[in-house]
Design a protein around this ligand. Structure first.
Ligand code: LLP
Length: 421
């Protein structure tokens, strides 16, 4: 459930008309709903009842500090994949004790930063990384809390580019190697071997591969304990799909949690989760204005939003619902919907049935709160899209538009071009 709906003919985010935000802030702009973020966090967290779980929001899905602060105040931790994400999470008020640091390419500087910050857990993805981290922790006189990321050879996810769990993916180590690395870490005075981690993909719409991966995790933990090596936690990653409203709904958080309960029935171990999309996707929309229509047998709607603002359709053929901000009247017709960028890839959708649209109309791309603004760029020297957070009847700009004048402040001509020819 989300808090975007028509009220008296106007499409609203909570108590605010999106058209009012569009007029004040300009388009394109992202708009997020506080109530929806909070609700999604609550639904996910409460699905696990009294079990000891850490819900660490995957910052990569939406790293705006206002979004992170909203979730941190609810008690969420943060799953991060770069120093920048750790800094954002800390700035937003997530305690280091709830921050997980993952990723295949963590540098020595980033690992040093994470150990000094005292993060909850560093998810180690290779032997080389483990050795480097042990050396860094020794140098700092610290004990780094780690989990070993397992590649369970189970693939899943809404698109091949976001599947991470197959054996040939770049992520994690084989189950056998994970056991060996965990035992190695457990023997190191500067490492605290606390868990194993897994994440097999994103936009997963079927519980079976998740269940298979989680069963591998339980058996690995049992094996370690059987060998006398204590293990306290399992990090089960993110990946639960969300409705994009063009396909049957994916499993609910309650169904997901029930599956987790089945797999870990009678097994006493702390669990962590890293949901991103499930919390943020349906808590955000991208608002855009129709620039003009191209006359064709099937008319083309040219928007002021482009692939640089929302790239998911271009790279994953992703579907995003499109809603006019004025409650639609009149029969739907087929349109192609594109942005102004000079490549055919800048096409949001083809042959989509939509209510009649004309120049100046405002529309919202739905389910854009995750992997939307975070993946935006300034391609074609466009402004970086602003972000707005709504709470009840009020809203504030939480990232202002980064326009070309400001972008140019970062650029300089080299000395040999700085003087007039
Ligand atoms: N944990 C790890 C280790 C991850 O790699 C990811 C996502 C997550 C958690 C969060 O997964 P979620 O719950 O959001 O599915 N840009 C793509 C999605 C990439 C996901 C990458 N990893 C998209 O727009 O669909």
């Amino acid at each position: 459930m989300n808090h975007f709906e028509y009220r008296g003919g106007a499409f609203c985010c909570e108590g605010v008309k999106l058209a009012e935000i569009a007029e004040a802030v300009g388009t394109p702009c992202y708009v997020y709903s506080t109530a929806t973020l909070e609700r999604h966090y609550d639904v996910f967290r409460s699905a696990f009842g009294t079990r000891d779980v850490l819900v660490a929001f995957a910052v990569k899905a939406n790293s705006n500090i206002a979004v992170l602060a909203t979730l941190a105040r609810k008690g969420a931790g943060a799953d991060t994949v770069s120093q920048g994400e750790i800094e954002r999470a800390l700035m937003a008020g997530a305690p280091a004790s709830k921050i997980i640091f993952s990723g295949v390419g963590k540098t020595a500087e980033e690992l040093t930063f994470a150990v000094k910050a005292g993060v909850h857990q560093i998810n180690v993805e290779s032997r080389a990384e483990l050795e480097l981290l042990a050396e860094i922790a020794r140098g700092l006189g610290k004990k780094a809390p780690i989990a070993i990321r397992v590649n369970p050879d189970v693939g899943a996810g809404g698109h091949e580019k976001i599947s991470t769990g197959k054996g040939d993916a770049k992520f994690g180590v084989s189950p056998e190697q994970a056991l060996a690395l965990f035992a190695r870490a457990a023997d190191d005075p500067h490492l605290h071997a606390q868990g194993l981690a897994v994440h097999i993909g994103s936009q997963i719409r079927d519980l079976a591969p998740l269940e298979a991966a989680f069963r591998v995790m339980r058996s690995l933990a049992e094996k370690l304990r059987g060998d006398g090596i204590p293990i306290e936690r399992l990090d089960l990653g993110g990946g639960l799909g969300v409705p994009y409203f063009n396909e049957p709904d994916p499993p609910s958080p309650a169904e997901y949690a029930a599956m987790v309960g089945r797999v870990f029935d009678g097994f006493d171990i702390g669990l962590s989760f890293e949901p991103g999309r499930m919390i943020a996707a349906n808590a955000g929309v991208l608002v855009s204005r129709v620039v003009r229509l191209q006359e064709r047998p099937r008319p083309i709607v040219v928007l002021d939003a482009a692939m640089n603002d929302l790239i998911r359709p271009a790279i994953y053929d992703a579907y995003h619902g499109i809603k006019p901000l004025n409650q639609p009247k009149g029969a739907e017709q087929a349109y192609d919907v594109v942005g102004p960028i000079c490549e055919t890839g800048d096409t949001f959708t083809r042959n989509r049935m939509l209510p009649p649209l004309e120049a100046g109309d405002l529309v919202a791309f739905m389910t854009a709160g995750a992997y939307g603004a975070v993946m935006a760029s300034t391609y074609n020297a466009r402004a970086l899209v602003p972000e707005v957070l709504v709470s009840g009847d009020t809203y504030e700009i939480v990232r202002r538009r980064w326009d070309v004048a400001e972008q140019l402040k970062l650029e300089t001509l080299p000395s040999w071009l700085a003087t007039k020819a």
